[in-house]
Design a protein. Structure first.
Length: 68
């Protein structure tokens, strides 16, 4: 199994899911976005973000698209 490269920083996460960094902070604080902190910096697994994004699209009744 190859190691997955993490996305670190709100801007990287925001770019991956099509949000603004401030919205990433808000969703992270609310426990909605699948992120975690390393040394105070927000980080996320690209595959976890893809799963989250697909679930959001499914709830909205849209076709799933690949992110990163």
């Amino acid at each position: 199994m190859a190691a997955e490269r993490l996305l670190c920083g709100a801007r990287s996460i925001a770019d991956a899911v099509g949000l603004r960094p401030r919205r990433v902070y808000h969703l992270a604080e609310a426990g909605i976005l699948p992120v975690f902190k390393i040394g105070g910096q927000l980080c996320a697994s690209p595959s976890a973000l893809e799963e989250w994004h697909a679930a959001q699209l499914a709830r909205a009744g849209r076709k799933t698209t690949r992110l990163v």
